[in-house]
Structures are given as C-alpha cells and as structure tokens.
Design a protein around this ligand. Structure first.
Ligand code: FE
Length: 162
C-alpha cells in the first residue's frame, strides 16, 4: 500500500501541475489587449479625454491641442499608447479637428457604423483598446481619398527624434 502511494502521489501531483499549466494561457490577460478598469482611466485621463475615448464624445471644433499642429512625429492613442497616425499623413482639412488621410498601418484603426445624431457615419476606434477616436469620411485628399477626422483628446504626440 505504501509503495503504491509512493508512485501514485507524485503522478497525481504532476498531473495536476500539467493540467494547471495547460489551462493557464486562457487565464492570463491577452498580451496585446490592454484593458484597464474604468476607474483607473478616470484617474489617468482628463475628463475630456475620458468623455471622448470612453463615451464616444466629440471635442468642440478648433479647440483641441492638435487641429493646428504641424510638428513631425507620431500621434499615439492616449489610452493605450499604440501608434495611430504619422504626421506625414496629416493635412489641413479646415474642419477644426486633426485630419489624416491614412492610419499608421491598416491594423491599428477599426471602423464601426455610427447612426447617432441622425447621420450614418463610420466611427473610428483604436483597434488595440477600443478607444473612440472620431470618424472617417470619403472626402479626403489623394492617395486614399479618406479623411480620418480625429479628436485631439484621443491622441498624444511623440515628436520625431533627430
Ligand atoms: Fe488604444
């Protein structure tokens, strides 16, 4: 009986550890998806950044930090920090919000149909964290013909290093 236990017990323990380790990946947070509790975001973001990114708000035209900003560099998501728009794709649309003709790459911005305010528009969100960014319209310049109309409150800016 004792000899049986000497074999069975370690086998049972090893089995438990194996099953636990195999099940682990599902329990770990997704490494690329940054999900912060809402309370933490309320502390970390300004009220306007929270309103725009988390409650699909819109800052008033010609009031944001970047609508008239022309430095070379990268605009990142204010919530998760992912690179969203390069300054090279920024153009003066005259609409009062930072406008870009393309995203930093084709994976960072996702679109959803938005039927609020009696209009049908394409909402743009950060594909990484879901932050609301603004809307995309088919009236932009070449080469894409698109205008990504983005709230300054959804962005941070990182100047290009020399
Ligand atoms: Fe993000």
């Amino acid at each position: 009986m004792k000899r049986y236990l000497l074999v069975a017990l370690p086998v049972a323990i090893l089995s438990c550890i194996s099953i636990y380790l195999l099940a682990m990946p599902d329990k770990l947070p997704m490494p690329n998806k940054i999900e912060k509790p809402a309370d933490d975001l309320r502390e970390r973001l300004t009220p306007e950044q929270y309103y725009v990114t988390q409650q699909k708000g819109t800052e008033a035209a010609f009031t944001g930090e970047y609508w008239n900003h022309h430095e070379a560099g990268m605009y990142r998501c204010v919530v998760c920090g992912v690179e969203l728009f390069a300054s090279e794709s920024k153009f003066d649309s005259g609409c009062g919000w930072p406008s870009f003709y393309e995203a930093a790459n084709d994976k960072v911005v996702d679109t959803n149909t938005d039927t609020s305010h009696g209009m049908v528009r394409d909402e743009i969100v950060c594909d990484n964290c879901g932050a609301h960014l603004g809307h995309v319209f088919p009236d932009g310049p070449k080469p894409t013909g698109l205008r990504y109309c983005v709230n300054s409150a959804s962005l941070t800016f990182e100047p290009k290093k020399d």
